[in-house]
Design a protein around this ligand. Structure first.
Ligand SMILES: NC(=O)C1=CN([C@@H]2O[C@H](COP(=O)(O)OP(=O)(O)OC[C@H]3O[C@@H](n4cnc5c(N)ncnc54)[C@H](O)[C@@H]3O)[C@@H](O)[C@H]2O)C=CC1
Ligand SMILES: O=C(O)C(=O)Cc1ccc(O)cc1
Length: 373
């Protein structure tokens, strides 16, 4: 008999759905629960779960591992409910929440009937949400952080690690405290900054529409994450307040230093400031996968008339080539129309390029760090 025969996913959205796909591919039965009946139906229809059960108790009581994948502040309430249920002996309860310390403290105070809790966070995702965005390779090569407490039995960590290895993520461990401090710096604060900048430009745009029209390149790269789910980010910031406030204070110091350099036209200091940032940025590990999903991108010139995008999408769809994204590139005035196509799989990218070329479309690879070779 297999050690893990059944997994329950509570909250079958982007992350829960992606985990469901992975486990099903490895012959593990996946039961889903979601407060939204429609999401549960769609998850079953998409083959993300084997069965959707609309009662929490029934959905979890026969499972070896229960993974709570709802928004962070909802995880608390669900852990509380799970702690009162007579789970399968030895069952492991884990979650995918982006913040860990508050949950760890909360879970410690609960009186678990049976089963043990261990916090975890897959460091992969996207600004998209919902089960339709789920993919089985979302976690490949990303970090999956486990935050066991001192009381977590080693056997629990080992059993969960064994299961999560199916995601092909790199499983690492740290304390919930350390996790939240690091996430504040590399994930939560950047989301706040992106949202602030977009809101600032949005205000200017109310008086002058050129801001919107010309916003491309660096602005789009820097602010992509501002398109993430607002409720999710409300919960993340509220559950990691102290480390985020620390970031804010440090940032205020950075801002006043920069202000000083600029006001005083300190050429050399300004250059050193940008050089320091460039050096650190250039040394970041090139992500095969990470918190940004890997995409293979290319540009396609298309005639500038209605229906051009549809034609390209249909052409690829008819060949069974899956697109991750398709969009019009603005501010490329030298060409009639340019589409940016993104693919999650290299094989889809390669096939798309040759199909499009066969049909006479000029195609250019996008030289992007986040994917293309
Ligand atoms: N989106 C991302 O890139 C990442 C998200 N996370 C974390 O994973 C969790 C899930 O995020 P996503 O999958 O992106 O969200 P999502 O919005 O795609 O899915 C959440 C699902 O939970 C369901 N849900 C909400 N409240 C519920 C409740 N009380 N009971 C049962 N189901 C409920 C929703 O109906 C939805 O189907 C969050 O805690 C998030 O912080 C972690 C890593 C990456
Ligand atoms: O889209 C992105 O770049 C993200 O930042 C995705 C993400 C969101 C939340 C997490 O806890 C981890 C990763």
């Amino acid at each position: 008999m297999k050690e893990i025969e059944q997994v329950s996913i509570v909250g079958v959205g982007l992350i829960g759905g992606s985990l469901g796909l992975v486990f099903r591919q490895h012959g593990i039965r996946v039961v889903g629960f979601d407060k939204d009946a429609e999401s549960l139906k769609r998850a079953a229809a998409l083959g993300v779960i084997d069965e959707g059960i609309p009662q929490l108790v029934k959905a979890v009581s026969d499972s070896d591992v229960i993974i709570v994948c709802t928004p962070v502040r909802t995880i608390r309430a669900i852990l509380e409910q799970l702690s009162a249920i007579s789970l399968k002996p030895g069952a492991i309860v884990t979650d995918t929440g982006s913040t860990k310390k508050e949950l760890a403290d909360f879970a410690k105070r609960l009186r678990w009937q049976n089963g043990s809790y261990i916090g975890a966070h897959p460091m992969a995702g996207s600004h998209r949400s919902g089960v339709e965005a789920a993919t089985s390779d979302l976690f490949e090569n990303a970090y999956y952080v486990l935050t066991p407490s001192k009381e977590t039995p080693l056997s629990t960590v080992e059993k969960l690690t064994k299961l999560l290895k199916f995601t092909r993520a790199k499983i690492v461990q740290m304390t919930a405290d350390e996790h939240d401090r690091i996430m504040a710096a590399i994930s939560h604060w950047p989301h706040v900054l992106a949202a602030m900048l977009v809101n600032q430009v949005g205000e200017y745009n109310k008086r002058n529409g050129w801001y919107h029209t010309l916003a491309a390149g660096g602005f789009r790269d820097f602010t992509r994450i501002a398109s993430s789910d607002p409720k999710m980010w409300r919960d993340i910031t509220l559950t990691n307040r102290v480390p985020i406030l620390t970031m804010l204070e440090h940032w205020q110091r950075e801002l006043s230093q920069f202000r000083h350099m600029l006001l005083n036209e300190q050429e050399e200091d300004l250059e050193a400031f940008f050089l320091g940032a460039k050096r650190f940025r250039d040394q970041l590990p090139k992500r095969a996968r990470g918190s940004l999903p890997r995409v293979y991108e290319c540009y396609v010139d298309v005639p500038d008339h209605p229906g051009s995008i549809g034609k390209v999408a249909t052409l690829l769809g008819n060949k069974g080539i899956s697109l991750a994204n398709i969009g019009i590139l603005e501010n490329r005035e030298e060409v009639a129309g340019v589409l940016r196509l993104a693919f999650y799989k290299e094989a889809d990218y390669d096939r798309a390029v040759s199909v499009l070329k066969e049909h006479g479309y000029p195609v250019y690879p996008a030289e992007r760090e986040n994917g293309n070779r």
